[in-house]
Design a protein around this ligand. Structure first.
Ligand code: BG6
Length: 523
């Protein structure tokens, strides 16, 4: 995969920058990937074509790839869904309001197949359409099937594809399957789904998506750690006191109450996004960023996560549910008042955990992770807090507001990195106060980040699986969260609550506070 900054200029107007990205040396681990990347001839087939994800993320990603000349003329798009629609109506929904250039590039190559996912006729018709496109557009028999449906449709679609022979690859053609989350509800159902998938597709044909891996700043965790020499020596138990990983959202569940009721924060965010970011931040250096090498290291890290025992599970994990809160001007409904949510719901909208990683690098270092909806700030970050100096030759009275050193990787928003340290306060006395050095993507690079889905769609079309999740990674992630989800399901005590726009339940402060530590809460 390409961990270098994008070479594709997204803005015409250059701004004055302090660090020119052009001056930056590129990593030589993956030289073949530094080149401009474009998709080969292929047809993208989206199941769930009339759905929300397709409209909000997938179609804009296709459009943006077309706009940036990442798609060849021999590209086609096929939507499949139950909703009756003509090719023209689907093309209009895919391209309506878009610029003429993309229309010219994609028009004529957009088709729609209406039908039930458990009806073999749907797949027969799809196979015919794909053959027609191969003949008319030169899509060369290459197919990328994107399952953007509710999880319940995964099995019938996979069986339908196999029934129509659409899972078959030849020496010169590919057939790939992109699967959205949730991938199972727990380890057992993830294994069952793997069974269904592997009956029809080889693992090398399967691209399980976690859109966090498509974010430049998540990939930058790799660049920071492995393209530099200065961080590696301090990236271990000798220097790091603890690590905090936060995925905080200000939004509530919105219109997704029905889905969220069956997911909760642990399945929705921790099992996938949080554990992926954690694995990238803590894993050993891979030999290369080639898909299998990278994923092998992530799996090893996930395997090393120690599960809490039944006895200490209550101390190691905290859940919460938001109640009505906010300000008089902006009063926010409680979770139980949201559309599609059971008024007596016990689903968690907040989850925090303390994890330990049993390996030489990290033994004894606690990792605190948390996520929540309706928190006061939108922030996703990885913060390494370093140990205090063993001896301070300065009287404590001179240490005004001196926090421990920290390196903070800001995934979003305000993307960048900051290093927090102590500095002498100007003046006659020797006082030390916290200061920080800041790297900001926005002020440093003239290139703009592509949307996560755009990057991942292109990778799947190219066949680069490094930013997709392998079957054993999914299983390891479920292994970590399953015992906690099960413990909560069996715990009949009232679910802890937190007011909307507050930093989660007080139990979460106790979780991290046991060793005198505290959460980094943005002001
Ligand atoms: C999705 C979750 O996977 O990620 C949502 O299902 C969540 O509940 C979203 O809001 C967050 O993604 P991002 O990119 O906005 O941080």
């Amino acid at each position: 995969m390409d961990v270098n900054h994008r070479t594709l200029p997204r803005r015409k107007v250059e701004r004055t920058v302090t660090t020119r990205s052009e001056d930056t040396q590129t990593m030589d681990h993956a030289p073949q990937l530094i080149q401009e990347r474009s998709a080969p001839p292929a047809t993208l087939v989206i199941f769930g074509a009339s759905g929300d994800l397709t409209r909000r993320k997938l179609l804009p990603a296709v459009e943006s790839l077309a706009r940036h000349n990442r798609l060849p003329d021999q590209f086609a798009l096929v939507g499949v869904a139950r909703t009756p629609m003509s090719d023209e109506q689907f093309a209009e929904s895919a391209l309506g309001g878009r610029s003429l250039a993309e229309k010219r590039q994609l028009n004529g190559g957009i088709r729609y197949v209406a039908g039930g996912y458990d009806d073999p006729e749907t797949f027969k018709r799809l196979a015919e359409v794909l053959d027609e496109l191969d003949a008319q557009r030169g899509t060369s028999g290459n197919r990328l099937f994107y399952l953007s449906t509710p999880a319940g449709a995964f099995e019938p679609v996979i069986c339908g594809l196999a029934g129509a022979g659409l899972n078959q690859e030849s020496e010169n053609t590919f057939s790939r399957l992109v699967i959205e989350k949730p991938y199972g509800r727990d380890l057992a159902t993830a294994r069952e789904l793997d069974g269904v998938v592997h009956q029809a597709f080889e693992e090398s044909q399967v691209f399980r998506i976690d859109h966090y891996l498509g974010k430049d700043t998540v990939q930058n965790v790799l660049a920071l750690r492995f393209a530099n020499s200065i961080f590696q020596p301090i990236w271990d138990r000798s220097w790091v006191d603890h690590v905090q990983i936060t995925v905080a959202e200000t939004l509530g569940v919105g219109t997704r109450g029905g889905f969220y009721e069956h997911a909760g924060a642990m399945r929705d965010i921790v099992q996938n996004h949080v554990l992926q970011v954690l694995a990238l931040a803590l894993m050993e250096p891979p030999v290369s960023f080639e898909g299998e090498n990278l994923r092998n290291e992530k799996v090893k890290l996930l395997q090393a996560i120690r599960l809490p025992t039944d006895r200490d599970i209550a101390d190691a994990a905290v859940r919460g549910q938001y109640t009505r809160g906010g300000t008089r001007e902006e009063l926010m409904a409680g979770y139980r008042e949201e559309v599609g949510v059971d008024p007596l719901s016990r689903t968690e909208t907040y989850a925090a955990m303390r994890l330990n990683v049993d390996n030489w690098r990290w033994a004894g270092v606690p990792f605190y992770v948390r996520t929540g909806k309706r928190l006061p700030a939108r922030v996703t970050e990885v913060a390494l807090q370093f140990q205090r100096p063993p001896h301070l030759p300065i009287p404590t009275s001179q240490l005004t507001e001196l926090d421990a050193d920290a390196l903070v990787l800001r995934i979003q928003p305000n993307e960048g990195i900051s290093l927090r340290f102590g500095a002498k306060v100007p003046g006659h006395s020797f006082r030390v106060r916290t200061a920080s050095m800041d790297f900001s993507y926005e002020n440093t690079f003239v290139e703009e980040s592509p949307e996560a889905y755009e990057r991942l769609l292109l990778d799947a079309l190219i066949g680069d699986a490094s930013l997709f999740i392998r079957s054993d990674e999914v299983q390891q992630s479920w292994r970590v969260v399953d015992p906690i989800i099960e413990h909560w399901a069996n715990d009949r005590s009232p679910i802890p609550t937190y007011e909307a726009a507050s930093w989660g339940p007080t139990d979460a402060d106790r979780l991290i506070g046991r060793n005198g530590r505290k959460w980094r809460n943005a002001a």
